[in-house]
Design a protein around this ligand. Sequence first.
Ligand code: TPU
Ligand code: MG
Length: 562
Amino acid sequence: KKFTVGDYLAQRLAEIGIRHHFVVPGDYNLILLDKLSANPNLTEIGCANELNCSMAAEGYARANGASVCVVTFSVGALSAFNGTGSAYAENLPLILVSGSPNTNDAGQFHILHHTLGNGDYTYQYEMAKKITCCAVAVARAEEAPRLIDRAIRHALLARKPCYIEIPTNLAGASCVRPGPISAVTDYVVSDPAALEAAGNCASEYLSGKLKPVILVGPKLRRAGAEAELLRLAEAMGCAVAVQPAAKGMFPEDHPQFVGIFWGQVSTGAADTIVHWADALICVGTVFNDYSTVGWTAVPDIPLMAADMDHVTFPGAHFSRVRLPEFLGRLAEQVSFNDTTMVEYNRLRPDPLHLHVAAPEDALTRKEISRQVQEMLGPKTSLFVETGDSWFNGIQLKLPQGAQFEIEMQWGHIGWSIPASFGYALHYPERRTIVMVGDGSFQVTAQEVSQMVRFRIPITIILINNRGYTIEVEIHDGSYNKIKNWDYAMLIRAFNSTDGDAKGLVANTAGELAEAIAVAAKHDGGPTLIECTIDQDDCSRELITWGHYVASANARPPRHQRE
Ligand SMILES: Cc1ncc(Cn2nnc(CCOP(=O)(O)OP(=O)(O)O)c2C)c(N)n1
Ligand SMILES: [Mg+2]
């Protein structure tokens, strides 16, 4: 049997641990799709559109480590660019594969369907270069092995997406078999001298400091350094604060966890202890406008920052120092200093006694959060969508083993539906829960039908506050109003003749409790619970945060200020 370019790609994808490939077919990629589905290690997952396909792959990469999204040329890829951008922003090795025109058409001024119609077929590859760490376009079968291996290796090392373009008449062309996968996956270790120097610099930075704090950021997990961080934290005994985009990357049931550091909307007095510190060990942190509450919560002391492959100090930088190795080394050499934990234990807020609504009470945001809190456990994974769901989700306490996913850098509304679907395919033994607003749900609702098709029992808590409330709190206008849907009925419509989705409505606290109980026992497919709340019922954190973000957005152009 002929071994082809498509077989080569399929084998490489399987060898790096991918077991599901997300696709939308098109005549530029059909032969390629045949080769991928012929590989016994790969299961084809069809999606309703390429935006959702790329977001499903983004979510799968959060669970699996790497993922692949296979689309048709131009009309498919340009939509998939959005999930690719998310993977770039969120540091996930998503492999975007696109079919492309027959190699005989290039340069012949042929006008081809799905293209811009001007005879140019290079625009997609040029665009892909901007949003991936490596983009390759296979023009001859002979170069497929080199290009495919290079793109995948770059993506794995950088934890960024890559792009592979395969012409429709090359997917089935003969190709040599792959060499050892270690050539693609072999890890790059830290430079020993740089690691040593960085370790010594850290000792200098910490010596003489009285009150060090560790601040955890979202790149920690992407660098695979959670275990080493735990060792470092316990070797120091200091307070550990977590950025909102890194929620769940340090166990919240750990005695040294002091809350989410998010400026005025921090939890657990994390901001108080971070601002009290005289040394800040930032690990995988990202200080963007949203995580710094419109630049009002940027730490104001000289800090050290350990990133995925480099470490910086006041006055020093060390390249090729990988995060796990650096943290592991630091754990061996730091001295114990729990000053900030002693102080924190005096600051620790008393546990909130949340009001338990009566069953007949109209549903409120607070009651939804209280009931979702009770759903969380060692086997749950909670996805929180852009919107007030960010703020409601961040306030929840993660019990031991509970996982949490958020997309705070890219922040594409609707991400949570396809992303949770992709994630749950890798973790069938976990209970995946989504908190999503009505506005976000309308962007990618079609992907619930894939949850029905593949019988994935995701519980979707849809918070219907009649519009784009997060935007209202930043800046209101007519554009924040949306058409209301009958969300529960929509989900039942996805069942058609063969499906087992449940669409429920909860107007009161009691109805929500009942719906959650139904969802907990429902395994044959997704359960969507439409929770109706008043449109002004939003978190005080969102209102606070919204004011600061709005004023950051309103800064006048520099020349106007002069
Ligand atoms: C793709 C994309 N397009 C527009 C936006 C801006 N945006 N951010 N949040 C929203 C509204 C979210 O509304 P919901 O999901 O209903 O959330 P809440 O009402 O805040 O609970 C928009 C329109 C965005 N974040 N992503
Ligand atoms: Mg809403």
